[in-house]
Design a protein around this ligand. Structure first.
Ligand SMILES: CC(C)(COP(=O)(O)OP(=O)(O)OC[C@H]1O[C@@H](n2cnc3c(N)ncnc32)[C@H](O)[C@@H]1OP(=O)(O)O)[C@@H](O)C(=O)NCCC(=O)NCCS
Length: 189
């Protein structure tokens, strides 16, 4: 994905928290101001160097399926102007080993966000197991919502696998409710 897509994340997030309307559609190609900062964590659009770690994190979090090519999913999201993969990296804590799963440079959280022209969708939400339960998942969802808002999205939706019911409580805490829809699918040749 070309750089320069994330605009003023802090200002945007604060504006959203204050109930301001989302940025108008078509206004998403403004100049790069910085990463999306949520809860003190910077979320950036995925870079080439992150990709291997991103897929490894999805695998560690049980999100990869044999019928989905995760690398291609990353590439598709990056190549489309209305979708992205946001990542957070480990902090520079004094006791953090640079090679550890939470050390500087390590991908510790991800979320794929995309606008289909009608709704915004969230996929591949993942937090490295060592940091789950520390608020990072919430931060990632807020970052995705803020990014989608820059695309003009007003409704955010996500799908939860029927085998992952334990995550429903998390989404409920964040204000997500059952949209009472059945998802149907068909793969195109
Ligand atoms: C789901 C996931 C992203 C949540 O991230 P996290 O960092 O562990 O969650 P947070 O610490 O941000 O939790 C935010 C809030 O939700 C609550 N919460 C988290 N998991 C919960 C659960 N399973 N049930 C109920 N509440 C939960 C937290 O207690 C916290 O509550 P608070 O507002 O009172 O502080 C993470 O557990 C994960 O990566 N899971 C594996 C991958 C996955 O299932 N992804 C979702 C695919 S649909």
């Amino acid at each position: 994905m070309a750089p320069g897509r994330i605009r003023d994340g802090v200002g945007l997030t604060n504006a959203l928290a204050a109930g301001a309307p989302a940025a108008p559609a078509g206004d998403a190609d403004g100049p790069l101001v910085g990463p999306l900062r949520v809860g003190g964590v910077d979320f950036r659009e995925v870079a080439d160097d992150d990709v291997e770690q991103v897929v490894a994190l999805w695998d560690a979090c049980g999100l990869v399926r044999p019928w989905n090519d995760a690398l291609r999913d990353v590439a598709d999201a990056r190549s489309n102007p209305t979708s992205t993969v946001l990542v957070a990296h480990g902090g520079g804590a004094e006791d953090a080993d640079p090679g550890s799963a939470v050390g500087p440079g390590a991908v510790v959280a991800t979320v794929l966000a995309g606008f289909d022209g009608h709704r915004g969708w969230i996929y591949y939400l993942a937090v490295t197991p060592a940091l789950q339960g520390t608020g990072l998942g919430r931060d990632a969802v807020v970052a995705a919502e803020a990014w989608l808002a820059t695309q003009g999205v007003r409704k955010v939706r996500l799908m939860v696998r029927s085998t992952n019911t334990q995550v429903l409580g998390f989404y409920e805490r964040l204000g997500y409710t059952d949209a009472e829809c059945t998802v149907l699918g068909r793969d195109l040749p």
